[in-house]
Design a protein. Structure first.
Length: 155
């Protein structure tokens, strides 16, 4: 498969997840979410879009570096974990904003965090640069987990 085509797929897939996740948030983010008690460390709303844009770009590049490598057991496992974490990422948006369920969203985000960590470990065995590109995502979702729990607890 052509490298440019692979790059387009790798960069496009997280953007599709981003778009679908945004659809889940549209109705609730300007209504229900505004009524929630939030912790003092809750970032301003405008920060989420730019942060996620960068994170989805880094995820796409990271997966591209892995996809370029020679076929192996670790590569297959790493890409499967990557796809699972993308699915969980999307699921979180629908559970938190669509179902308006911070507690179930917290369960989803913890599983997501585990899969991101597994991706970091598996990617490192294949390409250290690809693994490194996932670190900001791991940090942000760790923070988001604490934020999610705090929102649930405060409400």
């Amino acid at each position: 498969m052509n490298n440019i085509f692979k790059l387009i797929i790798c960069l496009g897939l997280p953007q599709i997840v981003s778009f679908l996740g945004a659809l889940a948030t549209i109705s609730s983010v300007k209504t229900w979410y505004l009524t929630l008690n939030k912790p003092f460390f809750n970032p301003p709303s405008w920060i989420f879009g730019p942060v996620w844009t960068v994170l989805y770009l880094l995820m796409g590049l990271s997966s591209y570096y892995i996809w370029q490598k020679q076929e192996s057991y670790f590569k297959s496992k790493a890409l499967n974990h990557y796809l699972i974490q993308l699915f969980l990422n999307l699921t979180w948006s629908f559970v938190f904003f669509g179902l308006k369920s911070p507690i179930f969203a917290f369960i989803v985000i913890i599983v997501l965090l585990i899969y991101i960590f597994k991706c970091v470990i598996l990617f490192q065995k294949i390409d250290k640069k690809a693994s490194f590109l996932l670190y900001p995502y791991l940090v942000w979702v760790s923070f988001a987990s604490i934020l999610n729990f705090s929102i649930w607890y405060l409400n």
